[in-house]
Ligand binder design. Structure first.
Ligand SMILES: [Cu+2]
Length: 132
């Protein structure tokens, strides 16, 4: 008699992992700079010309830290059209079809929250820290 793999047990593990991933996604909030420190996503590019990918109805990374004068490019890698629209109106991309991109230059210090106009739940932030 052969032992059969415990498929139900494995399914539970996978479901738990998926839920944990979803939880992390929803609990992730865009952080404002604390104490003058720039809070950046671990995988964000600290300077230069970083690219934010729009994937699965989200901005990745959602929070990015750049030096003043940097150019940030959003690339729509999703199958839906999205925008990059600053909450305070500093920039507003046209509706980006899949494969299209949009670029904005950040000369001002501050934390710039943005969203996608058709999908307001899509949110992100570009943080330009003050030079010490
Ligand atoms: Cu969108």
């Amino acid at each position: 008699m052969t032992l059969r793999p415990t498929v139900p047990f494995l399914s539970v593990i996978l479901a738990a992992a998926a839920l944990a991933g979803l939880g992390a996604c929803f609990s992730e909030r865009v952080q404002a700079p604390a104490g003058g420190q720039c809070v950046a996503a671990p995988d964000s590019t600290p300077q230069g010309s970083p690219i934010i990918h729009i994937v699965d109805f989200s901005f990745q990374p959602a929070s990015i830290c750049v030096d003043a004068g940097s150019t940030v490019t959003w690339v729509n890698d999703d199958a839906q059209a999205h925008t990059s629209t600053a909450d305070q109106g500093a920039w507003d991309s046209p509706l980006l079809s899949p494969g299209n991109s949009f670029t904005s230059t950040f000369d001002q210090v501050g934390t710039f929250a943005y969203h996608c106009t058709p999908h307001p739940f899509m949110q992100g932030a570009v943080v330009v820290p003050a030079t010490p």
